[in-house]
Design a binder for this molecule. Structure first.
Ligand SMILES: Cc1cc2nc3c(=O)[nH]c(=O)nc-3n(C[C@H](O)[C@H](O)[C@H](O)COP(=O)(O)O)c2cc1C
Length: 189
């Protein structure tokens, strides 16, 4: 394999949003990163996904939702935990929400296939960010299942929020995980 491709695929690691700081991608780099999503495999060409950027001026609104979601599921959450929940929305210069779109009038393509397409689009985003010198991390959490979050982003019934993508400059390196060996996930029939 070409050395660049090898480095790109195996060099990308999950970086916690806590360790992603400024600078983030500039406008041109952001376009390049987002345009990589449209090269994802997409059975039936349904574009079963979309991405929303949570701009700096909207971070507090998302923080408020994280705070409320924690309170809804744990009334005994401490003020520190609630503050931490809020602050999660402030991390990283570029924050995206990845949304699966299951709309399919003919019911031709399964939900699972649509999620695979979204996963590929996300990986293209992560690899493009990495190729431009940025770190990235995915985050999920219980708030993604909350109706308040759905309503904040005005999601349609046929859409589901899947995970957040944070992109920025790596402020602190940590060793990546040991990746599984081939024998753990491959066999010949
Ligand atoms: C849909 C999805 C959601 C994720 N959510 C989280 C998360 O909430 N917190 C976290 O630490 N990592 C999260 N991750 C990242 C994984 O922990 C990470 O990819 C895994 O540890 C493998 O590490 P690597 O990406 O460096 O190979 C998520 C990954 C995926 C695919």
């Amino acid at each position: 394999m070409d050395e660049f491709a090898e480095k790109l695929i195996h060099g990308r690691v999950h970086v916690s949003p806590k360790r992603l700081g400024n600078p983030g991608p500039d406008a041109g780099q952001k376009n390049q990163i987002l345009l990589a999503a449209n090269a994802a495999p997409d059975h039936g060409r349904m574009m079963p996904w979309r991405f929303i950027e949570i701009g700096q001026s909207s971070r507090n609104a998302l923080g408020e939702v994280f705070h409320q979601c924690l309170l809804d599921r744990d009334q005994s959450a401490t003020p520190i935990q609630l503050q931490e929940a809020r602050e999660k929305a402030l991390r990283g210069p570029l924050l995206l929400l990845a949304i699966a779109n299951y709309a399919d009038d003919a019911n031709e393509i399964s939900k699972e296939e649509k999620l695979v397409s979204l996963g590929c689009a996300i990986q293209n985003i992560l690899l493009s960010a990495y190729a431009l010198g940025f770190g990235s991390g995915l985050s999920s959490g219980k708030a993604l299942q909350s109706p308040i979050l759905r309503s904040l982003f005005n999601l349609a019934d046929h859409e589901d929020p899947i995970c957040f993508i944070t992109i920025g400059t790596v402020t602190q390196n940590k060793p990546g995980r040991v990746r599984p060996g081939l024998a753990e996930y491959f066999s010949v029939f």
